[in-house]
Design a protein around this ligand. Structure first.
Ligand code: 4AD
Ligand code: MG
Length: 430
């Protein structure tokens, strides 16, 4: 068995075998300093001519970046080493050579790197981001699994739109039909909640967004909980609990990665309940007070969200939006039907909306009217309307976009680094 770098501490003083890749090499006459990586970490392997003999020492002269190697040697504690340990090399075996690796330690442009994303992910920073992503996904699953929510998968091929007809990706479905890649599992989640009580789905979602912003992908992962017998307040409480739990978990388990990313963790430590909750009316007033000429009835753009969230050290919620700018399925406020019982959660530090959701329209006649007003094909929604025919109940839920959360928690400029292979307006390769 070989040893993984992350487990090296358990092998202090012992001979170990490491299997990985050469990340970097520095040589000084009689010693090679080899930085190895194996996916679990980085470690310096010190190869001295005296220990390995002339021949092996000479062979190591030419080792280039990303050569795959198997190294045996003794694990030694060293307080100056980044991981606390080094390896004194006894043998080194080359598994696969690597010539002219295209990503060198020098700076490369982002398009150059995205064209080589399949290699870029080997980079230390990119590995750290993907590890944080993994932790966030696990935290999300644990949160729901320990609170009585049942994972119920929703389809990716769907017959109709959920989040507006302008961002649908069509797919030829055999000879006769067009299917659309799902924008959200929500409608099926509602049916699942009527069967199982509390459910969630967690999968890829697709939006043909023509926007080239730092927050938009065309394929992104969304976790969506849905609860029967729940109102807008229940939805807001659940969203707050989830975000707090995810941030706590990353702070607890991924300090090292946050360190690699040079993330200011004090900003994450401030993410404690309660999150400020503000009506859309109030939010518009605040924007105007800040000197932004925002008119009631409009949807918030990136700068508006940034301005609103800047006033707080933790995520905030905006609720009771104008119904006209929200999806057909939102319940109108009985007291002011021009408002929808929807909520957005805005992340601090300018990261914008990470969660959207609310209470659903549970009334049969109102729902049918809304489907008509939105010019949606009624036949495709018959099954959804059935949920209001057979024992309708108040219910609600939300969707949280994983890539936006990863960008925020890691402190990244753009969502393109939050997923192994980002899909954007002009990017489908690799
Ligand atoms: O606000 P959205 O559109 O809400 C829904 O889709 C609801 N049906 C969810 C529900 O209630 N079950 O999207 C939810 C979240 C956003 O807050 C954002 O985090 C993310 O999905 N999101 C995107 N992330 C990356 N790229 C895009 N193009 C995204 N569009 C939405
Ligand atoms: Mg939204």
């Amino acid at each position: 068995m070989h040893t993984y770098i992350e487990d090296i501490a358990a092998h202090e003083g012992a001979e170990v075998t490491l299997k990985g890749w050469l990340h970097n090499r520095r040589s000084s006459g009689k010693i090679h300093f080899l930085i190895l990586r194996d996916g679990t970490g980085f470690i310096q392997a010190v190869m001295s001519k005296a220990a390995v003999g002339d021949e092996m020492f000479k062979a190591a002269d030419h080792l280039s970046q990303e050569t795959s190697v198997i190294v045996t040697g003794t694990a030694r504690a060293d307080t100056r080493a980044p991981g606390g340990y080094e390896i004194d090399v006894k043998t080194l075996e080359v598994v696969g050579e690597s010539h002219d690796y295209p990503i060198t330690p020098k700076e490369h442009g982002v398009d150059y790197l995205l064209d080589r994303r399949h290699l870029w992910i080997r980079n230390e920073r990119q590995q750290a981001i993907l590890r944080v992503r993994h932790e966030i996904i696990n935290a999300v699953r644990d949160f729901f699994n320990t609170r009585g929510f049942i994972l119920a998968d929703t389809p990716i091929f769907t017959p109709a739109a959920c989040e507006g007809t302008t961002t649908l990706f069509p797919a030829q479905y055999f000879e006769e039909q067009t299917a659309y890649l799902t924008q959200s599992g929500q409608l099926y989640n509602e049916a699942n909640a009527m069967a199982l009580g509390r459910v969630y789905c967690f999968g890829p979602t697709f939006r043909a967004e023509k926007s080239k912003t730092r927050r938009h992908l065309t394929e992104f992962w969304m976790v969506e909980p849905e609860m029967a017998y729940a109102d807008l307040n229940d939805v807001m409480d659940l969203a707050e609990g989830l975000v707090v739990s995810v941030v706590e978990r990353v702070l607890d388990k991924r300090r090292r990665e946050l360190g690699v990313l040079e993330r200011d963790t004090s900003k994450l430590e401030a993410v404690k309940p309660p999150f400020p909750r503000m009506s859309y009316d109030e939010a518009v007033k605040r924007l105007n007070e800040q000197g932004l000429s925002f008119e009631w009835g409009g949807d918030f753009g990136g700068p508006d969200e940034t301005m609103l969230a800047q006033q707080f050290d933790r995520p905030m919620m905006v609720h009771h939006f104008p119904a006209a700018i929200k999806a057909f399925y939102m319940k109108p406020d009985p007291a002011r039907p021009e408002l929808a019982l929807g909520v957005d959660v805005l992340a601090p530090e300018g990261y914008g909306e990470i969660i959207g959701g609310g209470e659903r329209l549970a009334d049969l006649d109102l729902l049918v009217a809304r489907i008509r007003e939105h010019h949606l094909p009624q036949e495709a929604f018959e099954w959804y309307v059935d949920l209001r025919r057979y024992g309708t109940v108040p219910h609600g839920g939300f969707g949280m976009g994983i890539e936006r959360v990863v960008a925020w928690i890691c402190g990244l400029e753009h969502v393109r680094e939050t997923i192994p292979y980002p899909r954007m307006l002009y990017r489908l390769y690799p």
